[in-house]
Write a protein that binds this ligand. Structure first.
Ligand code: FE2
Length: 375
């Protein structure tokens, strides 16, 4: 049913119009080495750098780009720096889910007026390529949203960054196109608080799809709700741990991240067999489901275009809803702490998140949790 008829509220002006995800900034222990990993294994291209050589004395940052995805890896250059403290507490992790807006000051004003805690008041950065306006608010844990307004900027990324010229000899593209969704893990009983935050402070709404019931099974031991902005370019599922037969995977994350944070980033591809094949060859480690998952796959999900043998070989999962189907696969955590991981997703009509795969997936996650002694 058209939402505009169903909900008069949808006719109101969107007080926080978002053009999409601008970039994701990670605080890491050694950005130079992490950048190497994302270039050679994930296929990102080194596009820009900011550090002592470009006039920034306290940190080094590497901008990595693949199609519409921009990651920034940042390291502190001294032990007392807040970035160093972030890494000490959390290990390598996501600090900033930056959102692309037309009016950063307006976005900051509207969200702080509705209760968001300000982290950075609206500020204009300028260099010879123009100016960018930035403002930031706090979300769960030590994570933030920076609003990025870049209409008046012609440089490669942000003032202070210097473009890395020429081809990137290290990059091995894998066909990752854009961020599909980013998932946050929050503490026991806090999911609804953050659902309310995204609704009341950010103007998001519950994303309506065909598996939007709370996820709570004896296997998953988690609850999840998906929040989306008005144009559905930005989707944030929020997880909290739940009691199950075993220790919740969300609780393991919270223990090792020392609090709430980004659990996984899903990146879309137009050809998951090609993308995952390349990533595997380049050293990315994925979760494995038992081979029996594929024995009755077409009986469960109906006909799909992709050869089952290829999916079985690469460990790619499939799920279907009333709108179509989707293929997905999850990496193992990409740090020694069992915290952040990635999802590769190809949507063929489906707008949901793979509920049908949860049982097989969570059993695979639990096997790894047991190996770590955390079950
Ligand atoms: Fe996901």
């Amino acid at each position: 049913m058209p939402r505009t008829l169903e909900h008069p509220a949808a006719l109101e002006r969107d007080f926080l119009p978002l053009n999409g995800t601008d970039h994701v900034e990670f605080y890491v222990g050694n950005a130079r080495q992490a950048a190497h990993y994302y270039r050679t294994a994930f296929g990102f291209r080194l596009a820009a750098y900011r550090g002592p050589e470009t006039g920034t004395r306290d940190r080094a940052s590497y901008l990595l780009v693949q199609n519409k995805i921009r990651f920034v890896l940042t390291t502190a250059l001294s032990p007392g720096h807040p970035i160093a403290e972030h890494v000490k507490q959390h290990g390598d992790g996501v600090r900033d889910i930056a959102l692309w807006v037309d009016d950063a000051a307006g976005a900051w004003r509207e969200t702080t007026r509705r209760g968001a805690r300000s982290v950075r008041e609206p500020e204009t950065l300028t260099d010879e390529h123009g100016s960018v306006r930035l403002a930031s608010i706090a979300i769960y844990g030590d994570t933030i949203h920076t609003f990025v307004e870049r209409a008046d900027y012609r440089g490669v990324f942000l003032p202070g960054f210097r473009a890395v010229p020429g081809e990137d000899a290290l990059t091995r593209p894998t066909g990752l196109l854009h961020i599909d969704h980013m998932v946050g893990n929050v503490g026991w009983g806090e999911m609804n608080r953050w659902v309310d935050f995204y609704r009341d402070v950010m103007g998001f709404r519950m994303f309506k799809h065909f598996d939007d019931k709370d996820i709570s099974t004896e296997y998953s031991a988690l609850m999840s709700k998906v929040m989306s902005n008005g144009n559905e370019r930005v989707k944030f599922p929020i997880n909290e741990p739940a009691e199950g037969k075993r220790k919740s995977q969300i609780e393991e994350y919270l223990d090792f991240y020392h609090g709430p944070g980004v659990q996984h980033i899903a990146m879309a591809t137009g050809d998951i067999i090609e993308t995952v094949g390349r990533m595997r060859t380049q050293g990315v480690e994925f979760l494995r489901v038992p081979s029996t998952y594929y024995d009755d796959l077409e009986a469960r999900v109906g006909h799909i275009d992709e050869p089952i043998g290829e999916l079985r070989k690469l460990g790619i999962l499939v799920d279907r809803d009333d709108e179509g189907y989707m293929l997905q696969l999850f990496t193992r955590p990409v740090e020694d702490r069992p915290t952040l991981f990635y999802e590769v997703i190809q949507r063929k009509g489906s707008r949901s998140f793979g509920k049908g795969n949860f049982k097989a997936l969570f059993e695979a996650i639990e096997r790894e949790q047991a190996l770590r002694g955390n079950l």
